[in-house]
Design a protein around this ligand. Structure first.
Ligand SMILES: NC(=O)c1ccc[n+]([C@@H]2O[C@H](COP(=O)([O-])OP(=O)(O)OC[C@H]3O[C@@H](n4cnc5c(N)ncnc54)[C@H](OP(=O)(O)O)[C@@H]3O)[C@@H](O)[C@H]2O)c1
Length: 327
C-alpha cells in the first residue's frame, strides 16, 4: 500500500515522499481501516516542519483525521463489521491507504454525511465545540473570532447559531463576507482596515459588551482582540498564524478589566476528557452534519496521495476550502 512519509522535519516540498509499504497488521481486538479521504490541516504542515506542540518519532506519516471503511473487523470489534464507514478518533498517520485502530477509537458515520464532511469531522469540529463549551457564552452574547473564513471559523459560526450566540467575524479578504453571512455570521469585519481600529468596530457592533473571543492568529490582531474585550472577558488563543507572533497587549486595560487570556490545544483537551465524552461529542457533531444543522466547510480540491506535494502547495495558498487527499 502507499504511505506518505517524511524522514526529517523540513519544508513539505523537500521532505515528503510516497513509499510503497506492507499493509499494517491488526493485533487481536483491533480493526483495519481502508481510508478514503483525509484533509490537509495547518497542524499537519506544522508537524512536517517540526513546529507542532507534539512531534512523532521519525520516519512518520502525517495526517490526523480522515474517513474510511472497515476491512478487517475482528472478534473484539463489538457492533462494528466489515464495510462500516467510520471516523477514527485522534489517529496520527492518516495520509496512507490503511491504518489500524482500536474499536473504541472509531465513531460510526451516518449515511447522510458525505465522505468530504466525515473526513474533516474530528480536528476542527471537536476543537470548535470544546472551545465554545469552555467559554460557555449565553444566548444573545457576542463572540469575536479571527480567521473566521477558516474551516474552524465556519464551524464556530454554525455552532454559535445552534447556541443562540452572536458572532463578530474577522477576516482579511472582503469577498469572504457573504459566505459567512449565509452560515449565520451576525457581523463580518475585514482587518486590517485603514482608519478604523478593531476596538472601535467591536464597540459599534456590540454596544461595548464583548466578553468572549477565539483567536487563531495571535500577533498584532490577537493583541487588538484582547484589547477589545469588555470587563471580565476571556480570549482563547488556539492558533498562531501571524508573523511576527508577539501580541501587543495593553497591560493597563488588561488588568483593570480583569481579562483572561488562555491557550487552547485540542491535544490537551483530549488528554483530560474521558474517551466516552470524546466519542459522544464526535457522534453529536456527525448527527448535526446528517441533519444539515452543521455543514462541513467546502472542499476546494482533491488530490491523489501520489500528488501530495502539489496538494500541500495548494493548501498553503489562499483558498476557499479544504484540500483533500484521496486514494
Ligand atoms: N489549538 C487547537 O487545538 C486547534 C485545533 C484546530 C485548529 N486550530 C487552528 O485553527 C486555525 C484554523 O485552522 P483551519 O484548519 O480551519 O484552517 P484553514 O481552513 O486552512 O484556514 C486557514 C485560515 O487562516 C487564515 N490566515 C492564515 N494566515 C493568516 C494571518 N496571518 N492572518 C490572518 N488570517 C490568516 C486564512 O485566511 P485567507 O482565507 O485570507 O487565506 C484562512 O482563512 C489554525 O490556526 C489552526 O492551527 C487549532
Amino acid at each position: 500500500m502507499r504511505a506518505v512519509r517524511f524522514e526529517h522535519f523540513g519544508e513539505p516540498s523537500d521532505v515528503l515522499t510516497v513509499a510503497e509499504v506492507g499493509p499494517p497488521v491488526a493485533p487481536p481486538g483491533h480493526l483495519r481501516l481502508r481510508l478514503a479521504l483525509r484533509p490537509i490541516n495547518p497542524a499537519d504542515l506544522l508537524t512536517i516542519r517540526g513546529r507542532y506542540g507534539s512531534l512523532p518519532p521519525l520516519p512518520a506519516t502525517p495526517g490526523r483525521e480522515g474517513v474510511g471503511i472497515i476491512v478487517g473487523a475482528t472478534g473484539a470489534a463489538g457492533d462494528l463489521k466489515d464495510g462500516d464507514r467510520v471516523v477514527p478518533l485522534d489517529l496520527i498517520g492518516t495520509w496512507q491507504e490503511e491504518v489500524v485502530v482500536e474499536p473504541a477509537r472509531v465513531v460510526f458515520v451516518p449515511e447522510a454525511v458525505s465522505d468530504e464532511a466525515a473526513a474533516q469531522s474530528f480536528l476542527n469540529p471537536l476543537s470548535a465545540w470544546a472551545m465554545l463549551d469552555e467559554l460557555n457564552p449565553a444566548p444573545g452574547d457576542w463572540l469575536v473570532q479571527s480567521a473566521a473564513a477558516s474551516a474552524l471559523g465556519k464551524l464556530v459560526i454554525q455552532m454559535s447559531v445552534l447556541r443562540g450566540v452572536r458572532t463578530l467575524n474577522v477576516v482579511r479578504r472582503a469577498e469572504q463576507s457573504a459566505a459567512l453571512q449565509r452560515l449565520g455570521a451576525d457581523a463580518v469585519v475585514v482587518w486590517p482596515q485603514d482608519g478604523q481600529s478593531l476596538t472601535q468596530f467591536v464597540k459599534k457592533t456590540t454596544g461595548g459588551g464583548l466578553a468572549y473571543a477565539l483567536d487563531a492568529v495571535g500577533g498584532e490582531l490577537g493583541g487588538e482582540m484582547v484589547n477589545a474585550l469588555s470587563t471580565g472577558g476571556t480570549m482563547l488563543l488556539h492558533g498562531s498564524l501571524a508573523h511576527p507572533e508577539t501580541m501587543p497587549i495593553n497591560s493597563g486595560r488588561f488588568l483593570t478589566r480583569s481579562l483572561t487570556l488562555r491557550g487552547f490545544w485540542l491535544n490537551e483537551w483530549l488528554g483530560r476528557t474521558p474517551l466516552d465524552e470524546q466519542r459522544h461529542t464526535l457522534g453529536t457533531i456527525l448527527e448535526h452534519m446528517a441533519t444539515g444543522a452543521i455543514r462541513a466547510p467546502e472542499v476546494e480540491a482533491t488530490y491523489d496521495l501520489g500528488s501530495v506535494r502539489e496538494a500541500v502547495a495548494h493548501a498553503e495558498r489562499s483558498r476557499d476550502g479544504k484540500i483533500m487527499l484521496s486514494g
